[in-house]
Ligand binder design. Structure first.
Ligand code: UDP
Ligand code: MG
Length: 323
């Protein structure tokens, strides 16, 4: 007997990851074995996979008592899958990690060591992104810089993914935020608490395909912007004020001109250009308004974030101290 060792939970969202889960678990298991000062559990969240992911998770649960599983009722997306995992993780420390081995599990001891210096969150910052196209790197770079400008007081760290270690109190804080539109990078930053970065090299996917195409990434960026800033609405306001002011001056000029020199009906191009331009600007900002309105609509419904159709806790009860 002895005092209870701290529990480390590792939360892994998995969507159609049959090709890589076995390999992932083997590597994670080796990392667990190298952490004698912690009790460890891994929580796999099957995010409505259409392949054998859940069967593999079940087999892992049977084979390894440190394994827990949450089986969502359909595909809810990575952000909600992670939340479901956090809901079911008991750890004093919780790691969020991708199943595809792009985030090396071997970094976890280093994350724990860094946290011991007095941090609640240690996020892994990528220094390289191997195996990702130049276009993806470029769009990611633009996105992080844009968010930086728009998000004001809440500083969203650049070039960090979801791979991170969090203390119990920061996980509890995060779980209090139950909004439907979960832009996790923003939520992580919003809760605050001391946090720091650990640099690492991001590996290419070990197997299987990325689940994120450009359309998804675009929507992700929209999500990030609209759920974290009302910047675009402000742009609409200022653009509107400027246009109105210019239109007023131009109106004065036309009136003066007509009074002084009369008018022999001209100006078809001016009218067309002005109309089309204003029409375009207005439609665009109605769209922007719509993005926010849609989100308000979703939030007001107050639905639960997800439904799970199955849950298996780790058999090696996290509540019991190990000998
Ligand atoms: N994922 C998920 N639900 C989804 C899409 C992805 O749980 O709807 C998981 C996926 O299984 C992986 C992680 O999120 O563990 C990251 O996905 P992926 O590697 O496809 O994204 P990328 O690394 O290309 O950004
Ligand atoms: Mg990946």
């Amino acid at each position: 007997m002895g005092e209870t060792k701290p529990l480390l939970s590792v939360v892994v969202p998995a969507y159609n990851e049959e090709a890589v889960l076995g390999q992932f678990h083997a590597r994670l298991g080796a990392v667990f074995d190298s952490l004698p000062d912690y009790r460890c559990e891994v929580v796999y969240v099957n995010d409505g996979s259409r392949d054998r992911t859940q069967a593999i998770i079940d087999a892992l649960c049977n084979a390894d008592p440190r394994t827990a599983s949450v089986d969502l009722s359909r595909n809810f997306g990575k952000e909600i899958a992670m939340t479901a995992g956090l809901d079911h993780a008991h750890g004093d420390w919780v790691v969020l990690i991708d199943a595809d081995l792009q985030d090396p599990p071997e970094l976890i001891p280093a994350l724990l060591a860094k946290a011991a210096e007095g941090y609640d969150t240690v996020y892994a910052r990528r220094t390289h992104r191997d195996g990702e196209s130049a276009a993806k790197k470029a769009t990611a770079a633009v996105f992080y810089r844009l968010m930086d400008h728009l998000s004001g007081k809440v500083r969203i760290p650049r070039d960090t993914g979801d791979f991170r270690l969090m203390s119990r109190r920061s996980v509890d804080a995060l779980l209090k935020l139950r909004e439907q539109h979960r832009f996790m990078k923003g939520l992580f930053a919003w809760i605050g608490f001391p946090s720091t970065a650990l640099e690492y090299r991001r590996d290419p996917r070990a197997a299987g395909d990325t689940k994120f195409n450009y359309w998804k990434l675009w929507n992700f960026a929209l999500e990030g912007i609209t759920s974290f800033t009302i910047g675009p609405l402000k742009i609409a306001t200022y653009l509107g004020v400027t246009t109105a002011a210019l239109a007023f001056l131009y109106g004065l000029w036309i009136v003066a001109k007509t009074l002084l020199w009369g008018e022999n009906v001209q100006g078809y191009p001016t009218i067309m250009v002005t109309m089309l331009f204003l029409g375009g600007v207005q439609l665009f900002f109605i769209g922007v308004l719509g993005e926010y309105l849609g989100r308000i609509f979703d939030e007001t419904k107050g639905r639960p974030l997800y439904f799970a159709q199955g849950w298996r806790p780790a058999r090696q009860s996290p509540a019991l101290p190990l000998q």
